[in-house]
Design a protein. Sequence first.
Length: 256
Amino acid sequence: MRSPLFAVLSGALASLLFAGTAAAGTPAFPPVLTSNKVYKSGAMELKECQEQPIQRDDLDGARVYLEFVLDCLNDSWSRQLAKAKIPFSKPKFGVVSKPGQSVGKCGKFPAGAQALYCPPERKMTVLLDPAILSEPTELFLMEVVAHEYGHHIQELTGMIDVVDRRKGKSKARIYDEARRIELQAECFSGAFIGSVWQSLGRRDFDFKYILKVAQAGFDDGIHGKPANIAYWLKRGFDAESPNACNTFSAPKARVS
């Protein structure tokens, strides 16, 4: 099965990846990226999330499952941003059954992706294709939607807006920022899953398996090396806090 850990940050950033402009130097990251208030918001408070039963090859059941997980994510992150005194709003949510379907202002759902977040619409879209529906009880569905929710948090905290600005950025800088954004969303995903883990009634193997899948993936230049994807996912999971997810202050070896 194609790894569903491969997700896409769409919108303005997608165009930046192929339209960067040359820059004479590499400026430091601004405080909104390195010292964002969300990093100081402490441990995630929500400790319970009830997963809904789901059957194999059941698209409607998978949609309902994701909607319940989304309720948990809304509850969890609304508390987190309240502690950071950052205004909160819920993301829009939708599913598609195959690539090429419209995702509004962000065009069409790209082939090869499992999910995407569209900043202009503040909307998450998940691909519920036969591959992921064939093993719906694994942790991938929760991880995928939690990752995209991480991009929504980056939008609400002002990080995506800064990263999406292309003026004066080299292509190398654009790719570096894209990796840091993606790896941070992976870490945010891990922080949420870790915070509710004891309530899920799952085996430790379930989380270890998605780490194994991440480590066996491929480097597309945007999402980070497989080992780093697994590193940030586990780092968030262990910490149960966005405090562990400051990829913009991390050394290049951890965001390559």
